[in-house]
Every structure is written in structure tokens, then in C-alpha cells.
Design a protein around this ligand. Structure first.
Ligand code: NDP
Length: 445
């Protein structure tokens, strides 16, 4: 495999999409040996086929704001690869959304979904719509308008969207409501639905819970546990919330959260009523984390800074891509971090990743450690198909077992000669083999 040529061709074909190129490069670098040892992948031209999305849908969304003004946003659905199951992946509403960022996320999702062991292909979608400061009625009109186009391309055996940044239970409800009306079906095409209309218990918490379960599995390989550890978390959204709850339940102390405005350090730990307060802060629909320090004055706010300068044993980046750079990684390593487990998708830059791998700390890429969210979405689909609901305990036990299985797959394919587990390599190789073999089985289509 000529990696340089592949990347040069990809760049030429996909100008202005740096995150997509970054994600592809990271995967290809780690599967070079597998390609060399298995000529069938080159013979079937798998690399060129696996880095090209099956389909990209781009469309206009027109909606009326509360003042009666007509607004226009752009929305996409990137159906990346359905070799192992129907397309599946979240919808993101954020001003930073571009075709390139969704292609990176759809590509990652393909391998992540393969790792869950469930039959799900990879997709991602979203819009540059900014939900911040919008009224409930505006959110509803936007979601409805978006769905009048998207409904044509999704379905329970075709493509099953879910939430992501800026898309939670409320937005899923509005999108699903319009889908239901337009298709006259109630077939559970979205996951992350409300609990009384087909949603699974534990789905809101699942990504964060799974992330902490994964960190716990990594720590076990060194005879450690998260109990008693100091944990730094970034973001204060859905994934951060779930991670903080589970870290507390397992006896850790979480000392940071962050937003685009800076980070909060709470030496007393973020637990109990403070976690409930996080939900209020999110619900207030503002983009700042600082008010936490008005409510809990022992906490300090560091404007314009990221939490990675704080001394911690475990770091859980749970906000957004490329939020942890080389300087942050070096700070964490210098301060003795043992484990970094990504709740967000690609939050660490390639340079940061390099530093973690060189320092041989426990480092998990999001496609392994945050796969609990989509795995529980898969469990939601199963419950919908069976027309029954599992208890929270049943869902959580299945989620925990899936995270253990993903960890085992990473160890199987990522263990190096000196015993160090390169989870990046392990996750990429395990996911790649599954998708690539399915593509070969199905022929050139
Ligand atoms: P949310 O919208 O619920 O939360 C995102 C959080 O990150 C918010 O607190 C947001 O603040 C904050 N944030 C955004 N930009 C920055 C920044 N530059 N610096 C610091 N904080 C920032 O999204 P989710 O929790 O759902 O998603 C977070 C990450 O996890 C994403 O990478 C997503 O793709 C990934 N993920 C999510 C899954 C899920 O189940 N939801 C599943 C798997 C992965 P603000 O709102 O003020 O911008």
C-alpha cells in the first residue's frame, strides 16, 4: 500500500476537508501490516473503496424564526458504508458542521459500529444550524423542515439516525414526529427516542457510561481501577454528563468540566446535586460553563483555557474534535496521567496521540471507548423490533459486556511485542477486518 499516494489522491479529491483526511490517515497508518499480510485486500482494491462514502446527500433547509424571518441552512447525510448492516450514526447541529467534518465522522462511525459486534453500517449527518439561543418553537420548526427532505433517505432497514452534538431527546422527538407523519409509520427509525415512545433506558447515559467502563478495563490491565482516581473531563454535554455519573459511581473524583469559554476546576469534586445542575446549565441553552462557579463558589473558572493543565490520573475528553493538542498531551503526561479515554470523536490531535503512545500510557481512541452510545442505540433497535422494553439493569449489563468485548478486540489486535497495548491500532485493525471482509464477501456492487 502506497500511503503517500493514497493520501495525495484523497486530498486532491476532497479539498478543504482536513478532518476527513486526518481520520483516514490515522486508520491507514495502523493497518499497513494487515494489508501487507493479506493480499486479498489489495486484490479487491478495498482501501480505495472503503475511504469513499457510498452516498452523500446535501440539501437546503428553510425555516421561519419567531420574528417571521426566513432562514436557510445546509444539511447533509453521509451514508458511508453499509457492508455489515443498515447505515447508522448521529445527526449533529453545530455551526462548525461541514461536509468534511461529517465525512470524518461517518468514516469513523463505520469502524466503531463494526467494533460493537452489532450489525450496523456507518453514517453521519447534520447541519450548520446553531441551536444556541433558539426558542423551542424555532428548534421544532427547524427539525420539522429538515425532516421533510431527510425522510426520503432513512428507514429502519436503510439508515437509522441518532443524536450527537446539539441533538438530544427533544430534537430526535421533533424529527421523528415529522418522519412518522410523512411516512405514516411508527417503525423506530431514530434511536435516542423518548422512553414512552420506543426509546431505550440508559441510552442518554450510554456513551459516557461506556467510556468509563472502557477506561476501567484499560486500568485493569495494569492492576489498577478508577476507584479513588482524580478525573479531568472536558465539555458539559451529554457524553460528559454520562461519564461524570459513572466515574462517581465507581468511586472516582471528577474535578473539571469545560465549555468553549474555558474550564471549571472544582477541587471538591463534581457529584450529586452538581451533576443535576449541569443538566440545568445545558437546558438554559447558553454556551458558557462559567455560571457553575456562581452556584458552587469553591470552584474556579479559567477563561479561554482547557482542563488538561490540571493534575489528574484519568483524562476523559468529551467535547469536540481536536480539543486536546500536543501541548495539552505533554502537560497531562508530565503531570502523571495514567489513562486517556476519548468520549468525543477524535478529540486528540495526531500530535497529541503520538505523545500518549510514546509515553506508553493507556490511551483509547473514541471509536472504541465511545462506542457504547451507538451500541445502546443498537439495543434500542432490537427492543423496537421485538416490541418490548428491557429494564435499565438489563440494558446496562449488555452495554458493559459490549465494552468488555471491544476492549478484548483492541487487545487482540493492538498488543505489541513489549506487551504495550496500542488501542488505536487494535481498534482500527479489528474494525477494518470486519468491514473489509464483508465487502469482499458481497463482491463489487
Ligand atoms: P453535546 O452537544 O451534548 O455536548 C458537547 C459539549 O462540548 C458541550 O458542553 C459544548 O459546549 C462543549 N464544547 C463544544 N465545543 C467546545 C470547545 N471548543 N471546547 C470545549 N467544549 C466545547 O454533545 P455530545 O455530548 O453528544 O457529544 C460530544 C462528543 O461526543 C462529540 O464529539 C460527539 O460526536 C461524541 N459522541 C457523542 C455520542 C452521543 O451519544 N451523544 C456518541 C459517540 C460520540 P457548548 O454547548 O457550549 O458548545
Amino acid at each position: 500500500m502506497d500511503l503517500e499516494k493514497i493520501m495525495a489522491d484523497l486530498e486532491k479529491k476532497n479539498p478543504g476537508q482536513p478532518e476527513f483526511l486526518q481520520a483516514v490517515k490515522e486508520v491507514l497508518e495502523t493497518i499497513e501490516d494487515v494489508i501487507k499480510e493479506n493480499p486479498k485486500y489489495e486484490a479487491n482494491n478495498i482501501i480505495e473503496r472503503i475511504i469513499e462514502p457510498d452516498r452523500v446527500i446535501s440539501f437546503k433547509v428553510e425555516w421561519l424564526d419567531d420574528k417571521g424571518k426566513v432562514n436557510v441552512n445546509r444539511a447533509y447525510r453521509v451514508q458511508f458504508n453499509n457492508a455489515i448492516g443498515p447505515y447508522k450514526g448521529g445527526m449533529r447541529f453545530h455551526p462548525s458542521v461541514t461536509l468534511g467534518s461529517l465525512k470524518f465522522l461517518g468514516f469513523e462511525q463505520t469502524f466503531k459500529n463494526a467494533l460493537t459486534t452489532l450489525p450496523m453500517g456507518g453514517a453521519k449527518g447534520g447541519s450548520d444550524f446553531n441551536p444556541k439561543g433558539k426558542s423551542n418553537a424555532e428548534i421544532m420548526r427547524f427539525c420539522h423542515a429538515l425532516m421533510t427532505e431527510l425522510y426520503k433517505y432513512v428507514g429502519p432497514d436503510t439508515d437509522i439516525p441518532a443524536g450527537d452534538i446539539g441533538v438530544g431527546g427533544r430534537e430526535i422527538g421533533y424529527m421523528y414526529g415529522m418522519y412518522k407523519k410523512l411516512t405514516n409509520t411508527h417503525n423506530g427509525v431514530f434511536t435516542g427516542k423518548g422512553r414512552n415512545w420506543g426509546g431505550s433506558l440508559i441510552r442518554p447515559e450510554a456513551t459516557g457510561f461506556g467510556n468509563v467502563y472502557f477506561a476501567e478495563e484499560m486500568l485493569k490491565t495494569r492492576g489498577e481501577s478508577i476507584k479513588g482516581k482524580i478525573v479531568a473531563v472536558s465539555g458539559f454535554g451529554n457524553v460528559s454528563w454520562g461519564s461524570i455519573i459513572k466515574a462517581n459511581q465507581l468511586g472516582a473524583k471528577v474535578v473539571t468540566i469545560s465549555g468553549p469559554d474555558g474550564y471549571v476546576y472544582d477541587p471538591d469534586g463534581i457529584s450529586g446535586e452538581k451533576i443535576d445542575y449541569l443538566l440545568d446549565l445545558r437546558a438554559s441553552n447558553q454556551d458558557i460553563v462559567k455560571p457553575y462557579t456562581y452556584e458552587f463558589p469553591n470552584a474556579q473558572f479559567f477563561e479561554g483555557k482547557r482542563p488538561w493543565e490540571v493534575k489528574c490520573d484519568v483524562a476523559l475528553p468529551c467535547a469536540i474534535q481536536n480539543e486536546l493538542n500536543a501541548e495539552d498531551a505533554q502537560n497531562l503526561v508530565n503531570n502523571g496521567v495514567m489513562c486517556v479515554s476519548e468520549g468525543a470523536n477524535m478529540p486528540c490531535t495526531p500530535e497529541a496521540m503520538e505523545i500518549f503512545l510514546k509515553a506508553k500510557i493507556l490511551y483509547a481512541p473514541g471509536k472504541a471507548s465511545n462506542a457504547g452510545g451507538v451500541a445502546t442505540s443498537g439495543l434500542e433497535q432490537t427492543q423496537n423490533a421485538m416490541k418490548l422494553n428491557w429494564t435499565a439493569e438489563e440494558v446496562e449489563e449488555k452495554l458493559r459486556q459490549i465494552m468488555i468485548n471491544i476492549h478484548e478486540a483492541c487487545v487482540k489486535y493492538g498488543k505489541e511485542e513489549d506487551g504495550y497495548v496500542n488501542y488505536v491500532k487494535g481498534a482500527n485493525v479489528a474494525g477494518f477486518i470486519k468491514v473489509a471482509d464483508a465487502m469482499i464477501d458481497q463482491g463489487v456492487i
